[in-house]
Design a protein around this ligand. Sequence first.
Ligand code: R2B
Ligand code: URA
Length: 295
Amino acid sequence: MKFNDLIKTTPNSAYLYNLDLTLNEQTLKKFHGIKYIIMQGSSVRSFVLAQKLAQLFLNINTNFFTPTTLFKTQTFVAYRVDDILCVSHGMGNTSITTLLHNLTKVLYFSGNTSIEYIRVGTSGGIDIEPGSVVLTQTAYMPNLVAGYKVSVIGKDIIYPTHMSQELNQKILESQPHNLDFKILLGNTITADDFYLGQARFDGAIKPKYDINLRNSYFSKVKELGILNFEMEATGLASFCNRAEIPATMIAVVLINRMLHDQITIPTDTLAQYSENASFVVTNYLTAIKNANRHS
Ligand code: R2B
Ligand code: URA
């Protein structure tokens, strides 16, 4: 991990406004010893995953375990299970990058420099069967440039957005052979919103494109090996490239965007699809735990 020299010597009493957290001895103790950070958009999904991991790795009956967040804010949550932290990142790049700065500071000052960030999310697929899970190789901007443009003191900089291929490989190798959904390696577009940014027709504002323009955009998207649309991968990848933290994204496809704009699948199917992505990350974490037990 590469960390900001300017604050390496910041006293432990620093206050992290976005988490409403003071970096005192008590806080640092709570975050010490964390290695795997699993990020999901919603706080409810983080809660459910934390319960599942506690059952699996700590043999704790979930009827008697209510995870409590280590943050003080209501904006993000962080549930700890052993050396795993289940964190919610909210929606979009501005939300996830703000979280990443804060979280990386807590983890650094708590003595955790060997960490991995994995986003487990949902996405819209490009010619991909719903329920399939995509591991992102490189995140693209909607203009089909690989990278993430940030404007800093009046200048635009495009940062690289490749995910850790080593981590992707380890995740793939940890999966059973009899999965009833596909796992695909490919690229991802991170859009600025859910509607016009993802070439939908059903937003509140009428788009300037028509179906022909959209189809030709989707054809170019396919040529670049882009499999899905979502809203946080460029922020995550560019942050982690600069901070030298291995990272990737595991995103389930909820809808085939070649066929539909609206997600109208029944709630239980939606839950099953989401489950596919958390199953993939759980298999990865289980493989690590098993390897540690035998070493
Ligand atoms: C995927 O799904 C969310 C939008 O519904 C967004 O956070 C994302 O990246
Ligand atoms: N999340 C997105 O950002 N887009 C979709 O189409 C589905 C989930």
